[in-house]
Ligand binder design. Structure first.
Ligand code: PMP
Ligand code: GLN
Length: 378
């Protein structure tokens, strides 16, 4: 047979987490918390199970959760999504992203993608015969030159994918960035896929600029989100997708056949849990403290960095430490020093950024201090 994805290997997250396990290293590679979820949330799941909600959920998600998501958009961004037909609960953001791409991208159509990019977009585009048009952003500020983006738009451009807050760079798009995106897509048929899984993890008093805050942009945009990221439960794989009804109609056509519906008791628990705004409003401070603790603790190390603006990742550069290629360096740190990270080059075109590593700081305080002890010795 001919492989449909001949250049795709095993994702770096699996590679580094396995290596970390093999060498019993501290795992700051794959992005997941090593602390427990809120006990209230697990009690709500247990309750929903005990009450017998263990069969298929409704196809687009339980009504109470869609309503709670809609209310959150209203409260945070004064933006209206109809819970009836503009919000679908998905098996994590990954399935939402794949479904958007699957529903829209056709053979030979182009999708503009900013690099460094999280790794799940590109294979989905290729599987559907689409062509990735990469725009490489550069360390350390990763700013977008929107005239460059405009120059890459052709009659074949079907979609532009953005990810703000951005994994792995830990940067955010400003209001001006979104206005530029709105401007260059106006009067086109381009669809925007806005991956906003880290919407609540944003620091130093900055604001998340969701596409839904820009009315013309909102008309052409899907937003994808992840409860795994928001509520420290990456293993649950529950998220959602929203967009204008006309676009969501197409989304649902695919969703109903690639997953149909997702985890029923977890959806019911999340619906109740979302009623208390504090559960998401406290997240910036919670993660900013972790970022600051980690960065303070490594301030004397030989790594250099620009503090993360958002997400739970921190990029550290090792120009002063080694000339090794980052994939080799990350593996050696895991084997010899007992700390695992993600080499940044895997997210890039042409192995740019090759002397920096991404560390996840969604960890308990003592794990972060242990990690800092190791990094200070490198
Ligand atoms: N998008 C980005 C930018 C991510 O970092 C991740 C990883 N959580 C996802 C999507 C996938 O989210 P989920 O685990 O909910 O599928
Ligand atoms: N989003 C997580 C990260 O960036 C990884 C999820 C996965 O393993 N696919 O580290």
């Amino acid at each position: 047979f001919t492989s449909k994805l001949p250049t795709v290997g095993t994702t770096i997250f699996t590679v580094m987490s396995s290596l970390s396990k093999q060498y019993n290293a501290l795992n700051l590679s794959q992005g997941f918390p090593n602390f427990e979820i809120d006990a209230k949330l697990s009690e709500l799941v247990a309750k929903a199970m005990k009450e017998g909600n263990n069969q298929y959920a409704p196809m687009p998600g339980v009504p109470a959760l869609r309503k709670a998501i809609s209310e959150k958009f209203q409260k945070l961004y004064q933006s209206t999504y109809n819970p009836e037909n503009e919000i679908v609960v998905t098996a994590g953001a990954t399935q939402a992203i794949f479904t958007v791409i699957s529903a829209f991208v056709q053979q030979n159509e182009e999708v503009i993608l900013f690099k460094p990019a999280y790794d799940c977009y590109e294979p989905a585009i290729e599987l559907h015969g689409g062509r990735v048009v990469p725009i490489q952003l550069k360390h350390p500020d990763y700013r977008v030159d929107w005239t460059e983006v405009e120059s890459k738009i052709t009659s074949k451009t079907k979609m532009i994918i953005i990810n703000t807050p951005q994994n792995p760079c830990a940067t955010i798009f400003s209001k001006e960035d979104l206005l530029e995106l709105q401007r260059i897509t106006e009067n086109t048929d381009i669809i925007v896929l806005s991956d906003e899984v880290y919407e609540h993890l944003i620091f130093d008093g900055q604001e998340h600029q969701s596409v839904c805050r820009f009315p013309e942009l909102k008309k052409r945009s899907f937003i994808t989100a992840s409860f795994g990221k928001t509520f420290h439960a990456t293993g649950w794989k529950v998220g959602y997708c929203c967009g204008p009804q006309e676009l969501m109609n197409e989304f649902v056509k695919v969703h109903q056949f690639n997953v149909f519906s997702v985890n029923h008791p977890v959806q019911l628990a999340l619906a109740t849990y979302l009623e208390n705004e504090e559960h998401y409003n406290q997240l910036p401070e919670f993660f900013q403290q972790k970022r600051d603790l980690f960065l303070d603790a490594i301030s004397g190390s030989r790594f250099s960095f620009v503090p993360s603006q958002a997400t739970y990742f921190q990029v550290l550069s090792y120009d002063d430490i080694s000339d090794e290629y980052d994939v080799e360096f990350a593996k050696r740190l895991t084997r010899e020093f007992g700390i695992a990270s993600i080499p940044m080059s895997v997210f890039n075109e042409n192995q740019l950024d090759f002397k920096s590593l991404r560390f996840c700081f969604a960890k308990k305080e003592d794990t972060l201090l242990q990690a800092a002890d190791i990094l200070n010795k490198i």
